[in-house]
Design a protein around this ligand. Structure first.
Ligand SMILES: Nc1ncnc2c1ncn2[C@@H]1O[C@H](COP(=O)(O)OP(=O)(O)OP(=O)(O)O)[C@@H](O)[C@H]1O
Length: 236
């Protein structure tokens, strides 16, 4: 059973159809890419999966259970965590305190310090653990955002452009982290414009364009898919 299944989801903003009967799935132990040109509907799909936006039709299932009418908090309790394109750390809190606050919401809430320290170690944040979050360079701030999502020990992790602002070395380490998370059994879903990262870490890639799925397959196939190439060329 897939960890996440999306069936026939439609969302419109006024007259603008942002998602048009979209299907999607992600499994534990895999990194699933969700790509597409600007405005394709990727963030809207994350909003639907995380419960921030109700679709006008279609269903969302987590571990086989229909959660379409559940709010974000209940979905989070079922193991869903997400990051946002726009960074919103608790600015004046230190990196470690940002992680602590998140850990206090998760299943290991009795040991938030242990969870926070584990994430500091895993993400290589020891040098900045005491620094206020709003003093960090973007690439590091993105890691803290991912760390906050990890602090709730998610089974399904939705990442919205987590590598934006990372330099090449940070992105390489981040790719290793994503593979390691999948190795731990997490279902990782990656929305990302860095195609090098997408193609190197994803097991499967889904492509959206203008609210519709135009291709699904392994990175090798997506890279040379003519419909996908045409969608990206049409963007410029
Ligand atoms: N709050 C909103 N109100 C009205 N229209 C919106 C809203 N959010 C998104 N849209 C529109 O819905 C469509 C899908 O947007 P969405 O942000 O989901 O795409 P995206 O693939 O995440 O784009 P990007 O890669 O630029 O982040 C676009 O046409 C966008 O302009």
């Amino acid at each position: 059973m897939a960890s996440l299944e999306v069936e026939g989801v439609t969302v419109s903003y006024g007259g603008n159809l942002a998602l048009d009967g979209v299907g999607f799935a992600a499994e534990r132990g895999r990194v699933t890419g969700l790509i597409g040109p600007n405005g394709a509907g990727k963030s809207t799909l994350f909003d639907v999966v995380s419960g921030l936006r109700r679709p006008s039709s279609g269903r969302v299932l987590l571990d086989g259970r229909d959660v379409t009418r559940m709010g974000p908090a209940r979905r989070a309790r079922r193991g869903l965590a997400r990051t946002f394109q726009r960074l919103e750390p608790f600015g004046r809190l230190s990196v470690r305190d940002n992680l602590l606050v998140a850990a206090e919401l998760g299943p290991a809430r009795r040991h938030p310090g242990r969870v926070a320290d584990g994430i500091v170690h895993r993400l290589g944040l020891a040098e900045v653990a005491g620094a206020p979050a709003d003093t960090l360079p973007t690439g590091v701030a993105r890691l803290v955002e991912v760390g906050r999502a990890l602090a709730v020990r998610p089974a399904l992790l939705l990442l919205d452009e987590p590598a934006a602002g990372q330099d090449a070395a940070e992105t390489r380490r981040f790719a290793e982290l994503l593979r390691a998370l999948a190795g731990d059994g997490v279902a990782v879903v990656l929305v990302e414009h860095d195609m090098g990262l997408v193609m190197s870490v994803c097991d499967e890639v889904h492509v959206l364009d203008l609210g519709k799925v135009i291709a699904v397959g392994p990175p090798e196939a997506i890279r040379t898919d003519e419909t996908v190439l045409a969608a990206y060329l049409g963007e410029s």
